[in-house]
Design a protein around this ligand. Structure first.
Ligand SMILES: Nc1ncnc2c1ncn2[C@@H]1O[C@H](COP(=O)(O)OP(=O)(O)OP(=O)(O)O)[C@@H](O)[C@H]1O
Length: 882
């Protein structure tokens, strides 16, 4: 709907009936096979393609029988070589083209390899369509029409006005209402059909054409002819209730994809060919991505062509694509590429709307009416209306959430008190131990390399594990719009050259317009990595770091800043919570479910301003976990905690509210209708209200979503070569509790970022350390070796034998333990395998799950973890620690 200022506009009945507003439909895909050309006949070319009916084209090549490539392709309509352009128009493109007279944007474009017949087809289609448009105009005298004509070409990524003989380069501009527009393009008012023919002749004369060995008159540019039609009912002209239908039809004759080896291009032709192929490549990438749904970043901005065509590809337009083919055997590869493009295109949906422009008067009138309605609603708030009902329902929902939060607060307070009393007991016992001459203080940092823990886990092993997780200890920038459902790339495969936009002229020579294996990606996803407005890098930064409970000091990992502060052990036994950290996490982690626009318009933490109150003097000091190769100081807990605790980096003096004040403030805001995104003002539900349970987009069907997230994470672990210990730890801690969603999303984003970074061949440099795919692989290999060494210590001979049998390892084979460990976590698709692997790793490293306490290492919890060491040494005396 052509909305002006967000106002819904009324349509004239006649037009509304013909095309309901916002109608989603697939792109119409037509395929036109041309006959063999004279040149091809002379060269004794064979026609390998045949249209076997109106919808199917078949590849018949006796030499290729048994080939795994598809031989039949089905489309909305296919046209044989002897079909005329008029037939293609009448039976294919006409309906779409003529939508324009009803106020619906439409586009017809021809796509195909060089010399396949695009210009031949589009010339005819344009002429027939315009003739029909004039015919329509003549038959509808009750309406006044204004026609405007413009034409541009994109030549070597430069836009030129085809109605203007000077070579001025036109620029593209993004208009908030009209989308991408070509600035300063000439628009001629059309008088009649003859005038139009004259203008088309001018365009033809201006367009860049060159000779190649495949086509004497090869179009070296993409041509876009645009006809804009506005119409109003004469009866209402100049009156208040006058409305205008306004739409454009684009006739687009693309330059043809080409292989330099076939066109024998050199010099200028070769350069043109490179530009042509490059922009067609972007077009095919956009179409391919759109064909898989609109998730993720669509790289329209990678070429001028796709920027201009954006509305035709998934926007407000009806679109028909005519794919032209040569039947010649020598072109089979290009023909297949075109058909592949056509297959993707037929999956792309657009959402055309009737575009209605109101006269200023009508608009003012409409706005006045709207204002009056809103005022009257405001004056009588008790009057039941759908809005009020909605608001009431929303408030009820929020009340329930608050109740739930309060319950949680009570529960957490209880846990905190319990922890405090445990802590006191512990201190008492430490005192006793010290009195008796046995220091219970665990000075991890003074442990020497090679020391062995009482559970037999040596420092060397520990350091290996820690080392393998170095990358966990870096700062990660979130990618707020990245969709983790997007297709996974295999890091072992080379990046698809076809999508390397930095290709040289040399490799351009053989570039094909289609990404045939579908694994390629646009190279310009940088935008997707942007940090949402209003979110500081600090807030977005995660540092994966550890938690160490040292000598009975209560510390929290929820604010790992990675700075010097962490080098200290918290002096005071004050127990603190990381609520503001949690709130930050929400603001970041909720984003996979919301679109970029929402992210950008939503403050990272709607509550920060209202709850400034972390108690003065709050300072969390967390012992540094030194993983450095030189330190030689690794503790068991160091390594364990390094494996994946994710916490948000916030500024050291940030204020953290208590949960009570948070809830109280929340209630107050709700009562005042101030809470952002409560839906009262924007019609959206609960954004930012309860970060734990109502994170925007937190799925209703959590078990299903949990399963999906878990699988995505497991796959990414595998793709990023993440430490097995980390995987195990995470996997066992997060078992489907609804509140796990936060941790899972944090992890998912961390991994998505890593994968993205690795796939681009970049290194993640965080916390002063660099991490590459290769270094992760190496670290993982070392970790597997370390785990293999632990096999003997953790399992009995019989158990090991059973494991070998179960995992299909020959009892007399070499390096059996390593073979076994190499199999662990190797199948990211099989959750049974994953569970079994986790079970073995857990035993190897002797983790004991401690529920919430350990979850804290991943960033959010209010319960202090117990020291493993203390657990072992004191458990007999302190049953409640178990
Ligand atoms: N369906 C058809 N029937 C008869 N001749 C055709 C047909 N399609 C194309 N031709 C002829 O094939 C030749 C190449 O066609 P055209 O120039 O339209 O190809 P193109 O795809 O636009 O090429 P390029 O991308 O190089 O501009 C022309 O001589 C044209 O007349």
């Amino acid at each position: 709907m052509g909305a002006i200022g967000g106002v819904e506009l009324k349509l004239e009945k006649e037009h509304k009936a013909q095309m309901p507003a916002a109608c989603e439909e697939r792109i119409l895909v037509l395929v036109r096979l041309r006959p063999l050309s004279d040149k091809e006949i002379v060269a004794n070319e064979v026609a390998d393609w045949e249209c076997i009916n109106d919808n199917t084209i078949l590849y018949r090549n006796p030499l290729r029988e048994g080939s795994t490539l598809p031989s039949a392709y089905t489309f909305d309509r296919v046209f044989r070589g002897d079909c005329s352009t008029k037939q293609v128009y009448q039976e294919g493109a006409k309906e779409i083209a003529l939508s324009v007279v009803n106020g619906i944007n439409s586009s017809i474009f021809a796509y195909g390899q060089t010399s396949s017949g695009k210009t031949y087809t589009m010339d005819g289609i344009t002429e027939y369509a315009v003739a029909d448009i004039f015919d329509y105009i003549n038959r509808h005298e009750e309406r006044a029409f204004v026609l405007k004509f413009s034409a541009v070409e994109i030549y070597n990524e430069v836009i030129r006005d085809l109605l203007n003989s000077d070579n001025t380069q036109l620029r593209l501009r993004d208009d908030p209402e009209r989308g991408t527009i070509v600035e300063k393009v000439t628009e001629e008012s059309l008088k009649d059909l003859n005038h139009l023919k004259e203008l088309i002749a001018i365009c033809e004369a201006q367009r860049r054409i060159g000779e190649t060995s495949l086509n004497e008159r090869s179009s070296r540019s993409h041509q876009i002819i645009r006809l804009t039609i506005e119409s109003s009912a004469r009866e209402f002209l100049g009156k208040e209730n006058s409305t205008t239908l306004a739409a454009s039809v684009n006739f687009i004759d693309l330059a043809g994809s080409e292989r330099a080896s076939q066109t024998l291009s050199t010099g200028t032709r070769l350069k043109e060919g490179c530009h042509i192929n490059r922009s067609l490549l972007t077009l095919s990438t956009v179409v391919r991505k759109l064909s898989k749904g609109r998730q993720g970043h669509i790289n329209y901005r990678d070429s001028k062509l796709t920027r201009i065509l954006q509305p035709c590809l998934g926007g407000n337009a009806r679109t028909a694509i005519i794919c032209t083919l040569s039947p010649a055997r020598s072109h089979v590869e290009q023909t297949r590429n075109t058909l592949l493009f056509a297959c993707h295109a037929k999956e792309v949906a657009t959402k055309a709307q009737v575009n209605v422009v109101m006269s200023d008067k009508a608009l003012v009138k409409h706005l006045q009416r709207e204002l009056a309605r809103l005022e009257s609603e405001l004056r009588s708030p008790v009057t039941p209306s759908s809005n009020n009902d909605y608001a009431a329902a929303l408030l009820r929902k929020k009340d329930l959430q608050i109740e739930k939060l309060e319950k949680e607060v009570r529960e957490l307070t209880k846990q905190r008190d319990l922890a405090r009393s445990r802590f006191k007991d512990l201190l008492g016992m430490i005192g006793n131990d010290q009195d008796s001459g046995q220091s219970a203080r665990i000075d991890y940092h003074n442990k020497r390399a090679g020391d062995t823990w009482e559970d037999g886990y040596s420092e060397t092993e520990s350091s290996c594990l820690a080392d393998s997780n170095q990358f966990d200890k870096r700062i990660i920038k979130f990618n707020p719009v990245h969709n983790y459902d997007r297709e996974r790339r295999c890091h072992h495969e080379p990046l698809n050259n076809h999508e390397d936009h930095s290709m040289t002229d040399e490799n351009c020579k053989e570039v094909q317009c289609i990404d045939t294996d579908g694994t390629g990606r646009g190279n310009n996803d940088s935008e997707a990595c942007a940090i949402p407005n209003g979110v500081s890098e600090g807030q977005l930064a995660l540092t994966l770091n550890g938690y160490v409970d040292v000598a009975g000091q209560e510390t929290m990992s929820t604010r790992m800043t990675g700075d010097r502060e962490m080098n200290h052990i918290q002096e005071s036994p004050t127990f603190s919570r990381g609520w503001s950290c949690g709130a930050d996490v929400m603001s970041v982690t909720s984003s996979p479910y919301i679109d970029r626009k929402n992210i950008e318009s939503t403050p990272p933490n709607g509550f920060e301003k209202s709850f400034p109150g972390r108690p003065d003097g709050y300072k969390m000091k967390i012992p540094s976990l030194n993983y450095g190769a030189h330190s030689g100081m690794h503790s068991r807990n160091d390594s364990l905690s390094s494996l994946g605790s994710a916490s948000i980096l916030t500024s050291a003096d940030e204020k953290i509210p208590s949960i009570h004040s948070f809830v109280a403030g929340l209630k107050k805001q709700l009562a005042n209708g101030q809470v952002q995104g409560t839906g009262l003002e924007a019609g959206e539900s609960g954004r930012g209200l309860d970060p734990m349970h109502e994170a925007p987009g937190t799925p209703v069907d959590w078990p299903l979503e949990f399963d999906r997230l878990q699988r995505a994470i497991v796959e990414l672990w595998q793709a990023c070569h993440v430490s097995l210990v980390h995987r195990t730890y995470f996997f066992l801690l997060f078992k489907g509790d609804r509140t796990d969603s936060i941790y899972m999303e944090v992890e998912l984003r961390r991994l998505t970022f890593l994968e993205e970074t690795f796939s681009q061949g970049n290194q993640a440099v965080e916390g002063g350390r660099s991490l590459t795919l290769a270094s992760s692989k190496r670290a993982l290999r070392r970790e597997r070796q370390t785990l293999a060494k632990l096999m003997r210590k953790r399992f009995s001979k019989e158990e090991i034998k059973d494991l070998y049998q179960k995992w299909g390892i020959k009892l007399n084979s070499q390096q059996r333990k390593l073979q076994l460990v190499n199999q662990l976590w190797s199948n990211d698709k099989n959750m049974n395998h994953v569970t079994e692997s986790a079970g073995i790793v857990v035993k190897l490293i002797r983790f004991v799950e401690q529920g919430r306490a350990l979850k804290e290492m991943f960033g959010l919890s209010f319960t202090p973890p117990q020291s493993r060491r203390r657990y072992f040494s004191l458990k007999n005396r302190m049953g409640y620690l178990v």
